[in-house]
Ligand binder design. Structure first.
Ligand code: FES
Length: 106
């Protein structure tokens, strides 16, 4: 599946993701700037915050309680389409998923 990352400068990077890897892991693997992921994916840092394209929101499992709490503490303001990218596993169904990197993670 292809994942599109919209970077801070407005440009888009499209990469081929491995199913099963998270949207965060895929970003790190491809050196996408703007996703810090300080905790390495254990849902405790909120520095992997992204804004998910509305068209794909409904395809994702909604945030669990822990993610929901962390989303209240993101460095860039939370929006209705805010998610932690380490909590989004890539599946074939998510081909074309577009996420926007926030202004800051810290
Ligand atoms: Fe830390 Fe996602 S990488 S919460």
């Amino acid at each position: 599946p292809t994942i599109h990352y919209i970077l801070k400068d407005g440009s888009t990077r499209s990469v081929e993701a491995k199913p099963g890897a998270s949207v965060m892991e895929t970003a790190i693997h491809h050196n996408i700037r703007g996703i810090d992921a300080e905790c390495g994916g254990s849902c405790s840092c909120a520095t992997c915050h992204v804004y998910v394209d509305e068209a794909f929101l409904g395809k994702l499992t909604p945030p669990d309680e822990m993610e929901d709490e962390l989303l209240d503490g993101t460095a860039s303001a939370r929006a209705p389409n805010s998610r932690l990218s380490c909590q989004i596993p890539v599946t074939a169904d998510l081909d074309g998923l577009t996420v926007r990197v926030p202004e800051t993670q810290v």
